[in-house]
Structure formats: C-alpha cells, structure tokens
Design a binder for this molecule. Structure first.
Ligand SMILES: Nc1ncnc2c1ncn2[C@@H]1O[C@H](COP(=O)(O)OP(=O)(O)OP(=O)(O)O)[C@@H](O)[C@H]1O
Ligand SMILES: [Mg+2]
Length: 238
C-alpha cells in the first residue's frame, strides 16, 4: 500500500500548552480514516499543521514521501490536500455555485472551476441548490455545500473536521453515505463523534488524547477498549 500522508513525531506548542505532542501517523492512498478523541485532544490543531495553517514546533510531515513540513497552505492545497474546517467559512452573500467556484478558483481557471463546481454540487446531491444564497440555506444543506467546496478542486486527500456537527440523525446517515461515495475517489480523514457514523464508515479509527495517539485499531476494537471509554468519561488513563 502506498502511504499518501504521514507525520513523524509531530508537535505543536502554544506557549505552555502542548496541543499536539509527538504524533506519528500514516494515511494510505484511498483510505478512509476516522479520528476521535475528547474535546481539546488536539485533533483540529493536528489538521491545521497538516494543511500548513500552523507551523509545527517539532516533527515532520510527509506527502508521498516528500517532506512538506515547511509548506504554506496554498502550496499544500496545490499538492492535493483539501480541508473542511470545524468553523464554517462560508460567504453568506454568495450563491452555492459562486461559493464553490470561488473555492476552485485558487487552483484553476474560470471555465475549469465552473465544470468542477457543477460536478461537486451534483456529487453531494445538492445540484438543485446552485442558485440559492448560502446564507439562506438550512444548516444541513450548508454543511453539504461546504463539503462541495472542499471536494470541487478534487484533492487526493480530504480532511473533514466534524462534517456532521449539528445535523439531524437522518442528515448524518446521508452524509455517511456521501462520504463513503467520495472515498471511491479520494482518501479521507474525518473527525467524528457519532459512533453510528464511525461504525458505518471507518476501516481504522485513531484515538487522540492529550495531544497523543492513544490507540489505533478497527472501530469494533476501539469502542470495546476501556481506555477509550475512560478518556471520553474524563477519567485519567492508566
Ligand atoms: N490557537 C491556539 N492558541 C492556544 N491554544 C490553542 C490554540 N488552538 C488550540 N489550542 C489548545 O490546544 C488544545 C487542543 O485543541 P484542539 O482544538 O486541537 O482540540 P480538538 O481535539 O479539536 O477539540 P474539539 O473536539 O473540542 O474540537 C486545547 O487545549 C486548546 O485549548
Ligand atoms: Mg476540534
């Protein structure tokens, strides 16, 4: 199997807080990986290091074996890494189509951007929302349009930070199906809290706790592990 993205002892310190504390992890081409862990475990910070938004204070990041630790966000995006961040970054005044085209325009010309935007909205089954203003969409629809913005440039790796947050159970189920479908063409790393979602989609689950990888295994084994239950209940880890 070909390793797409990997980290070696990745660290990110903010003053006295070590948010990511020596994470070594590898994602294979075509993989669908779930990342879980309690609030403050360092999941979002880890992602921001991967995409060049934060300069890690230690360790290394590799893309197809090449050291990309020092690259800026634009250079990382151009390599083929897309991220849907935890905090929405939508422009409420734009239509869904305009928003998705804008997301692709960083990397491609206007005609190509339009073509990819149409395809992305269709893949997320929101092709009918193209002319609707983003600010007027229902929450679940907005999440899907945001997902289309990440998918449209057609990155090799898609990073999703809690893509189903605030969705209804039915919307979450549909999102799980869509993410599985996207995985046919893209490797995906997704942070999720919904256990049903994780069981449905994940091959491998990586558990973060206090900036470190607590364990990495199948969903079945991870959810049975008492250490995982303990960190979610806020108990100290043995
Ligand atoms: N920009 C920052 N400056 C200072 N501390 C930060 C910053 N970003 C994150 N932290 C701290 O780093 C730690 C990890 O935060 P992070 O947001 O990565 O966790 P998370 O696993 O994504 O949590 P959640 O599940 O709540 O999204 C926390 O203690 C947080 O307060
Ligand atoms: Mg987070």
């Amino acid at each position: 199997m070909t390793v797409l993205l990997s980290t070696d002892g990745l660290r990110m310190r903010f003053g006295g807080v070590v948010a990511v504390d020596g994470v070594t992890l590898a994602v294979n081409e075509g993989e669908l990986r779930c990342l879980i862990g309690p609030n403050g475990a360092g999941k979002s910070t880890f992602f921001k290091c991967l995409t060049g938004q934060y300069k890690p204070t230690g360790g290394r990041i590799f893309w197809r074996g090449r050291d990309i630790t020092a690259l800026d966000p634009f250079a990382v995006a151009r390599l083929g890494v897309g991220i849907k961040t935890q905090v929405p970054s939508l422009f409420d005044g734009l239509t869904a189509m305009e928003g998705v085209v804008l997301a692709v325009r960083r990397l491609h010309g206007e005609a190509e951007a339009r073509r990819r935007a149409v395809r992305a909205l269709e893949r997320l089954e929101v092709g009918d929302l193209g002319n609707r203003r983003i600010g007027l969409l229902a929450h679940g629809q907005r999440q899907l349009v945001e997902l289309a913005m990440v998918v449209a440039p057609e990155p090799d790796l898609i990073i999703l930070d809690e893509p189903t947050a605030g969705m209804s159970a039915e919307e979450t189920g549909r999102a799980a199906d869509l993410i599985r479908e996207l995985n046919r063409e893209h490797a995906i790393v997704v942070v999720e809290h919904d256990m049903q979602f994780i069981r449905t989609i994940a091959h491998t689950v990586t558990v973060f706790h206090q900036g470190r990888v607590l364990m990495e295994d199948s969903a079945e084994i991870v959810f049975k592990d008492p250490r995982v239950r303990d960190v979610y209940l806020g108990k100290a880890v043995a």
